[in-house]
Structures are given as C-alpha cells and as structure tokens.
Design a protein around this ligand. Structure first.
Ligand SMILES: Nc1ncnc2c1ncn2[C@@H]1O[C@H](COP(=O)(O)OP(=O)(O)OP(=O)(O)O)[C@@H](O)[C@H]1O
Length: 531
C-alpha cells in the first residue's frame, strides 16, 4: 500500500509536550498523518505512544504544543468534540461498560434520537451492520461483560466504525484477537484507507506494523526519533531505533532439565464458565515437572484460559484431580493454592490483574502478603526490597513504587502483574498470555526470567497465541483444541507448520491424516520474530 505523495496532512501535532508532575511523557514531539495513510507508531513500553494519541484525540490536553486539523490549529474540548471533527480512538484499555449490551456500548454517549426517545431499532441495525463487517457473530443484545476479551475488542472497533471517522487511532487493537480476526481487521483497514481514512496503528507486533503500515514513526523516551517509509526499513532497524541499542536475542537458552512432577492434572473436566452447557476443558490430563516450561498453544476457544483459571482456583472443575506436589488442591480456595505455590498471572490485566486504586508496589505485593506478614504485621522493609527487585528484574518503567498503578503505561502495568505472581515464590507458575502489550525488549526480559525461574526447579505452564513464543520460549509444547490436548511436542524439533496442522486437526482431519501432513511440513521458521 502506498499513499499518494500529494495526499494532504489531515491531523498533526506540533511540538507536543506532556508533563505529569515531574514525569515528561512527551517532549516536543512533531507528528503528522496524511489522508489514506497508515502510520505505525512504535516505541518501547512507556515511550509515550498512548499519551500522544490521547492528546490528538481530545482525551487530554497537551502541556504545550498545538494540534492541527486540515492545516488549521484546533483545540478539542473532549473526545466527543474530537469525534465530531472526525478523530476517533480505539483504546488499549478497553473502555466498555460490562453491564450494558453490545449495542448500548456502541452508541453510548451518541445515541440515535427518535421522536419518542432513543431509536433502538436503528441503533441495533447499525450495530449489527458494523459487527457483520467484522465478520463476528456477536449478538448485539448480549451483555459486554459476557463476551471474551477478543470480542470486547471487536465491539470497541465496531464503535469506531459506526462513528465514521476520518482519522482512526488504534492502540493495540489486536492484543486479544485471533489470527483470523486480525486478517479481517486488516481488510477493513485497507477498505478504510482506500476511502481516504487515515489510521494510526500502535502495536508491539512488529510483523503487523510491517504488513499494514505505510510509514513508521518511532518514539523513544517521549521524543520523536525517526519517521521512515515502511518499505525502506526492516525489523532489526526498527528494534534498534526504538530501543536506542542493539537487542540481544529474543529467546534465552533454557538450561533447566526436567525433575520431579510438580503439577499432575488427571481427567479434568471444566464446564465453560460463560455457558455451562458447553465443556471448556474435556477430560484433560497433563503432568508438568520441575524445570519444565510448557507452552499451551491453541486457537481462540481452545480452552487454554479456562484450564489455567481452573488450576488457579477461579472456576470449579466438574470432575478430575489437580495434584500439586502430590497433594490434591482441586477444591482448595485460591489463597491456599497460592500458599501451596500455584499462582496465575492472568490474561485480562484490567479486570483480574491489578487494583486500580493502589500503588505499583502495593499491587506487586498483593498476592505475597501472607509470606510478607509476621505476627499480623506486613514486613514493610522486606516488601520494599522485594518490590524494588521485581521492578528491576522485569524492567518496570516507573518513577517510584509509590505512584498509582494507573499512571503506568499499559505494558508496564502488565509487567507489574507478572512481577506480582513472581513475588509469591511459586512452585508452579501459570501465565496466561504473559507478553500481551509488552515491547520486544521487555519480552526478552520476561523469557529470560522464565528460564531463570525454571532453573530453580519451578514449573511453568503458559498460554500463548504467539506461535514463535510457544516454540522459542518453551521446553515442551502442548497444543489444545476444543478443550483437549491434541499434540504434545518437543519445540526443538517441531516446525510452525506441524503446530498449525495439530491445531486444525480436530476440525479438518483425523489423527492419521494430521500426522501424515506433519511429515510434509516445511522447514522450521520458528525464530523469525528474533531481532
Ligand atoms: N496519568 C498519568 N499520570 C502520570 N504519568 C503518566 C500518566 N499517563 C502516562 N504517564 C507516563 O507517561 C509515560 C508514557 O506513557 P504512555 O502510556 O504514553 O506509553 P506507551 O508508549 O503508550 O507505552 P505502552 O507500550 O506500555 O502502552 C510513562 O512513563 C507513563 O508512566
């Protein structure tokens, strides 16, 4: 995709600075986007991407600098004003009301009026049309709180489609989408740009940025460091420019060798928490040993999240046993499981990972309070020491452990969630999509932390939608489909195609056919994400 040289600049920021107290999120940033252009806005966690976009879409004002729309200076009073001028944003942290229906969320704050109130039929029709364009079978009357995260993300996107924006800002729009849903989104982006819509695309998935964007704009530490046509750059250049240094390999060599079994799952059956007539985990058995890092890969709806959440104690199993170091914890409450060494870093950081009203440090120590408490008192000095260690080891960019967690960038909040799980000194660490929203440098830190943790005889079971991570960061790769394990693979000798074949096996072929197709698989390309 190339944008006409003559396409006019629709939206621009000139000399944008934003200070939050002593923190400078942005320092004199210049940014512009042309009609019909896709700009990928790239930078490490905390580089200032979301802040810049919030300023350009009326969420917050700049401390200094000006915004220009069609070459004229403009001040957006708020987001409604920005939308009225054709500038809309899909937020990284989904801004939906879980207790309202899909259609009510889509039209929240800009309901279609009828002589008698709100025209519900028109709203339903337009919402259904936007959802159909996204090829997503979501009932417009369903409650948003009952939808899975990826569907909520699509509702947020449908909301902006209904707005008919000229500039559409998408902040991590694909973090919870399946590969198929990403393809649909890209088709829509192409349709929109063909109509002259300008799109700012923020993502830590560099492959997506390389595929969809015309231009790369790179921020580092709140400053604009480069703008380049995407066709002229490659992944190593992007990674180096955003980090300001050469990056080491994404994946760390895992030296741990498997020891005694820690987690033994026997014939586990779990009803789907959202729809109890459906089975989410179907008679699943799995043993994870000391030092093993087991990746669970599968398509959306395979049952990965339900499995991990049941192991952590969030849902009740219908039957089966969960043994931790030989002791059955299947009926133990969450706290007891954490005490026994079984802890989960959850997928949805906003709903399950953080307490928004608390500081960074207090969020981190939350799950470890029992081990930090002596004689009914939290050992604050020990807590501070461990928090400081956590901040350093997962590279959390924060002014201090005492500031509110919501003032951290999204990726840094995710790192807090992981640091929180690690602070409980687990025997068995469960991680659901641990790298969601995390930059490539931080990913590599998380993988080396996982390798380090495994070398201390801890077991790790992590769910991921990233095939390269499933292959590169594990010692063993489980493929799940429809609540069952359909393949148990050695990542050192497995190709991407073999994993994909295993994933599709339940839908397209019998076991024998899938096994045959594995023999024909192409060469291994597992490390293509490596910088
Ligand atoms: N409301 C706020 N109060 C204080 N500091 C803030 C606030 N919002 C953002 N910041 C700070 O501004 C900096 C830039 O954050 P921003 O969210 O723009 O980063 P980002 O590039 O979008 O990161 P990520 O990739 O992790 O989402 C961070 O250091 C963050 O802590």
């Amino acid at each position: 995709m190339t944008v006409s040289e003559n396409a006019p600049v629709v939206l621009a920021g000139r000399g944008i600075t934003k200070a939050f107290g002593a923190t400078h999120a942005l320092r004199g940033v210049d940014f512009e986007i042309h009609a019909g252009e896709v700009v990928a806005l790239i930078g490490e966690n905390g580089a200032g991407k979301s802040t810049l976009m919030k300023i350009l879409s009326g969420v917050q004002p700049p401390t200094s600098g000006t915004i220009e729309l069609d070459g004229e200076p403009i001040t957006f009073a708020d987001t409604t004003d920005a939308v009225a001028h054709g500038v809309a944003i899909v937020h990284q942290e989904l801004n939906l009301c879980p207790n309202l229906s899909v259609v009510d969320n889509i039209f929240l704050g800009r309901e279609i009026a009828s002589p008698t109130g709100i025209s519900r039929s028109q709203q339903r029709e337009r919402a259904a049309a936007a959802l159909a364009r996204l090829e997503e079978p979501i009932d417009p009357n369903a409650l948003v709180g009952d939808l899975r995260l990826g569907q909520q993300q699509l509702v947020e996107i449908a909301r902006t489609l209904v707005e008919g924006a000229r500039v559409l800002i998408m902040d991590e729009p694909t973090s919870a989408l399946s590969a198929t849903e990403v393809k649909v989104l890209f088709r829509i982006i192409r349709e929109l740009t063909a109509d002259g819509v300008a799109i700012v695309y923020i993502s830590h998935h560099m492959d997506e940025c390389l595929e969809i964007a015309d231009t790369a704009v790179i921020l580092r530490d709140g400053r604009h460091v480069a703008t380049a046509p995407m066709a002229d750059v490659d992944l190593p250049w992007i990674v180096k420019t955003m980090a300001g240094r050469d990056q080491s390999d994404l994946f760390t060599a895992i030296t741990a060798t498997p020891g005694e079994p820690i987690l033994e799952i026997e014939d586990l059956v779990v009803p789907d928490p959202a729809n109890p007539s459906r089975i989410a985990v179907d008679n699943l058995s799995l043993t994870v040993r000391e030092g093993e890092i087991v990746a669970i890969y599968g398509l959306m709806g395979a049952g990965r999240t339900e499995l991990l959440e049941t192991l952590a104690g969030r849902h009740a199993a219908a039957s089966g046993r969960i043994l931790l170091d030989g002791k059955d914890v299947a009926h133990a409450p969450i706290g007891e499981r954490i005490d026994a060494g079984l802890v989960l870093s959850p997928e949805d950081r906003q709903a399950d990972g953080i307490v928004q009203l608390m500081s960074v440090g207090r969020n981190m120590s939350l799950a470890a309070l029992r081990i930090l408490t002596r004689n009914g008192q939290v050992r604050r000095r020990q807590e501070a020491k461990e928090v400081a260690h956590g901040i350093e080891s997962v590279r959390i960019k924060t002014e201090s452990p005492n500031i509110g967690i919501t003032s951290l960038s999204g990726g840094n909040q995710q790192k807090v969630v992981i640091a929180k799980a690690l602070m409980t000194a687990p025997r068995m660490l469960l991680m659901d999509e641990p790298t969601r929203g995390i930059d490539i440098g931080a990913k590599s830190d998380i993988f080396s932390t996982m390798a380090e943790v495994a070398s201390t005889k801890v077991g790790i079971l992590f769910a991921t939608s990233e095939l390269s991570e499933a292959l590169g960061a594990s010692t063993r790769l489980i493929v799940m489909a429809r609540g069952r394990i359909v393949a148990d693979l050695d990542p050192r000798t497995t190709t991407r195609d073999q994993v994909m074949a295993a994933t599709g096996e339940q839908i397209t072929a019998t076991d024998d056919e899938a096994a045959n197709s594995n023999h024909n698989a192409a060469s291994d390309t597992k490390d293509e994400e490596q910088a």
